[in-house]
Design a binder for this molecule. Structure first.
Ligand SMILES: [Zn+2]
Length: 302
């Protein structure tokens, strides 16, 4: 036992020394990201370059109601690259970034792709652009390329590493996109019943799946009407839908009540907008979460 203790101590000493070595090397860029997807993309691109990454929306918290703390504002002011989502839930960013000295480069991931309108159930015509662009792996590829380009300009000394990491990562994203294409080819049913807020419009566009949800948008502030829920229960019964979905980190109430009424089994889809504290500690990636989504959709539809 003493020997094991010694080896653990030795390993810890070596790790500590390695950490010191990295600090003495060339300084990495500091990147502040609002949400998890771009945080993870930047993490993959900058691997091995000593970049300092910050994710503002805390793991496990409601992504749509985030507002920066004074500490967050300092981090934003001092960063080299700010990567936001852009759009309605981040209007605060314009004020905060405008008040800084403007040294940092600002990227919004919704600028990298073609945007879809959010569903407008009420017919009031006040549709907004859907910000959940990362739910499409094909979009994730475009966003990753843009982040890589920005980083290469900010710290050209690491450009070679950024480009190499990006190519490796994009191969993985392409394989993920191909897996979703395969799912949509093999799917016996195309209707995905969501008893929850629905952030998957871009994935639906890619795969040709028809996502039915009683909610308009993804924010916790949106509400489902009783008649929309009743319509979904009718649909589940009429089409004999065996599986319905809830979103990760949601209160699950509506999915549970649809399941109670119909006997359908509830599976989870991960929005990736944020992730649980446990997943974050475990180093779970965007590709991990999307792979969980792929498995759940495959179970339900094939
Ligand atoms: Zn969201």
């Amino acid at each position: 036992m003493k020997k094991i203790g010694f080896y653990i101590l030795l390993a810890m000493t070596l790790i500590a020394m390695a950490g010191c070595g990295a600090k003495n090397g060339s300084e990495g860029v500091s990147i502040v990201c609002t949400a998890f997807p771009q945080y993870d993309f930047a993490r993959q691109i900058t691997d091995g370059t000593g970049a300092e990454l910050t994710m503002l929306i805390k793991p496990g918290s409601e992504a749509h109601s985030y507002e920066p703390t004074p500490n967050d504002r300092i981090k934003i002011d001092e960063c080299d690259l700010f990567i936001g989502i852009g759009g309605v839930s981040e209007t605060w960013a314009q004020t905060v970034l405008g008040s800084g000295e403007g040294k940092m480069t600002v990227l919004n991931i919704t600028d990298s792709v073609e945007l879809l309108d959010t569903a407008d159930h009420d017919g009031h015509g006040h549709s907004e652009k859907d910000e959940h662009v990362w739910t499409s792996p094909k979009n994730a590829i475009k966003i990753t390329r843009d982040i890589c380009d920005a980083l290469c300009k900010i710290s050209p000394e690491h450009a070679e590493t950024y480009r190499k990491n990006t190519e490796i990562y994009i191969e993985k994203l392409e394989s993920l996109a191909a897996d979703f294409d395969e799912l949509s080819e093999n799917a016996k049913a195309k209707t995905v019943v969501f008893g929850d807020r629905n952030p998957f419009a871009y994935l639906a566009r890619d795969t040709g799946l028809d996502i039915v949800s009683p909610f308009n948008g993804c924010s916790e502030q949106t509400e489902a009407s009783a008649s929309d829920i009743a319509d979904i229960i009718d649909l589940v019964r009429a089409e004999n839908v065996g599986y319905i979905f809830k979103m990760s980190l949601s209160n699950e109430k509506i999915a549970a009540s649809i399941a109670d009424e119909t006997g359908a089994k509830v599976l989870t889809l991960y929005s990736c907008h944020t992730l649980s504290a446990q997943d974050f500690r475990d180093g779970v990636t965007y590709i991990d979460l999307m792979t969980r989504n792929l498995k759940a959709l495959t179970e339900a539809l094939t």
